[in-house]
Design a protein around this ligand. Structure first.
Ligand code: C2E
Ligand code: MG
Ligand code: MG
Length: 437
């Protein structure tokens, strides 16, 4: 078939929605990367829905197609308003290519607008439907020097957006454990562990019965020499991939024990909780290695608590059970972290010996406004107390939530409204002042 103006245009456009397609996006990115001076600073935002397949399956393809056309119009209107270009990439996946936002705050605002516009109610088959949507974003040129690399990075961010609470994620090469730069970050992290270039911040946990300081959580902090602050969740993903988790957790334990000793010398006698990763819980050597560190520190094993997530317990329950048994035999207290966000199976709770459940901040942060969260917290407290466990709420940001948690029978609380994670000196001052009041 001869190439005519018409079929050339169709090859670069999606027949159903009329939007430019993936090939056109590649072409457009190429234009920006081949500018005579250097690649233009652009952002690519991908938006996808979470429930489209369900609509197609239950309401039929005709309604599915209608929904895609409406989504295309919404994405195109958004793109036009910000002087960007909208594309349909595949199925229910759309993209907007735009000039780079001036600041991360503006980028976050635009991503939220795009997410909101796609999630507005649709009238389909006499029903008013709301599709949950997610947005992933990456920047040219630092997250990809050509169309393929940029799309890969934005796609990775879209994948994270599927699990992140907000449904919006920005590409971050430190979090991309299989990305082209992760090897570099891994090498830097290995070096940072060796040269003690990491830090622990301590966040207080208080009793809801009498307000007393009852413990604290150690949270890793890493200021990368080139990339600046990297959130712990990001570099921990890299550490897990690079089998650095054993070294990293032992580094945290050693440092936490040192801080516990310093606090004790100043009269603050509280346990420090450290976060333990899945790798540690299936490592048969972990309990004895930890025990050796405690022995070296001259403290007892009750100086540190271990926070484990539900996911860790469920991914390899048999091996985890063995390690947990050994840790408990050495008298380490075990708390379940982020309770409610992992697997819904509760069977692991039957297995002693746990000490506390930590209700995830997702259920705490909007407690004042959300009656469902109140039910969830109340039921979790009932469940935990029935099993002889105490309950700690994380993510407590204001006094009203604190009061409500007390009324719901929660035992302890942690959150920015009580105290932020602080360097050890600052934490000590906070603790002394708190005990004096
Ligand atoms: P996590 O164990 O659930 O830690 C609590 C996280 O919630 C911390 O984030 C803390 O700063 C944050 N947070 C505390 N109170 C509030 C609040 O009132 N509002 C809000 N919005 N957030 C609050 P951070 O320090 O960024 O750590 C994130 C996660 O990274 C931790 O979640 C933990 O899973 C992981 N992590 C941190 N340090 C370590 C570590 O040493 N080892 C391992 N394996 N994971 C760690
Ligand atoms: Mg924790
Ligand atoms: Mg947590």
């Amino acid at each position: 078939m001869p190439v005519t103006r018409n079929n050339f245009a169709t090859a670069l456009h999606d027949a159903m929605t009329g939007l430019p397609n993936r090939d056109k996006l590649h072409q457009d990115i190429e234009v920006h990367t081949q500018a005579p001076m250097m690649a233009k600073a652009m952002s690519l935002m991908l938006v996808g829905t979470k429930d489209f397949k369900q609509v197609n399956d239950t309401l039929g393809r005709g309604n599915g197609d209608r929904l895609l056309k409406i989504t295309a119009e919404r994405v195109a209107a958004f793109a036009k308003r910000i002087r960007g270009v909208a594309y349909r990439l595949a199925g229910d996946e759309f993209a907007v290519l735009m000039d780079r936002c001036e600041t991360p705050v503006v980028a976050a605002e635009l991503a939220l607008q795009l997410q909101t516009i796609v999630s507005e109610p649709f009238e389909v088959a006499g029903l008013s439907l709301i599709l949950r949507s997610r947005v992933g974003s990456a920047n040219l040129p630092e997250h990809g020097r050509n169309g393929h690399e940029l799309l890969r990075s934005a796609d990775v961010a879209l994948g994270w957006a599927g699990v992140d609470l907000s449904g919006i994620s920005f590409y971050d090469m430190a979090r991309d454990a299989s990305g082209p730069r992760s090897l570099e970050v891994m090498a830097d992290l290995r070096q940072a562990i060796k040269s003690d270039a990491l830090d622990l911040h301590l966040q207080p946990k208080v009793s809801l019965v009498d307000g007393r300081l009852v413990g604290c959580e150690a949270l890793l902090r890493w200021i990368h020499p080139q990339h600046g602050y990297i959130p712990p969740t990001n570099f921990i993903a890299v550490a897990e991939k690079g089998e650095l988790m054993d070294q990293l957790t032992l580094w945290v334990a050693r440092r936490a024990l040192r801080h516990a000793r310093e606090l004790r010398c100043s009269g603050v006698n509280i346990p420090i909780a450290i976060n333990v990763s899945g790798h540690n819980m299936v490592d048969a050597d972990f309990p004895s290695e930890l025990q050796a560190l405690v022995a070296d520190s001259g403290l007892e094993s009750d100086a540190i608590h271990l926070e484990i997530t539900e996911t860790v317990l469920m991914s390899d329950p048999e091996r985890a059970a063995t390690v947990i048994g050994e840790l408990a035999a050495i008298a380490f207290a075990l708390d379940i972290d982020d309770f409610g966000t992992g697997y819904s199976s509760l069977s692991y709770l039957r297995r002693p010996p746990l000490k506390s459940l930590k209700i995830d901040r997702a259920f705490v942060m909007e407690l004042n406004a959300n009656a469902q969260d109140v039910h969830i917290v109340r039921s979790t407290v009932g469940l935990a107390h029935g099993l002889g466990l105490s309950v700690i709420a994380e993510g407590v940001e204001d006094a009203h939530t604190l009061e409500l948690l007390g009324k719901l029978g929660c035992d302890m609380a942690q959150g920015f409204g009580i105290g932020k994670p602080m360097p050890v000196d600052e934490f000590l001052q906070w603790a002394l002042k708190h005990s004096a009041t």
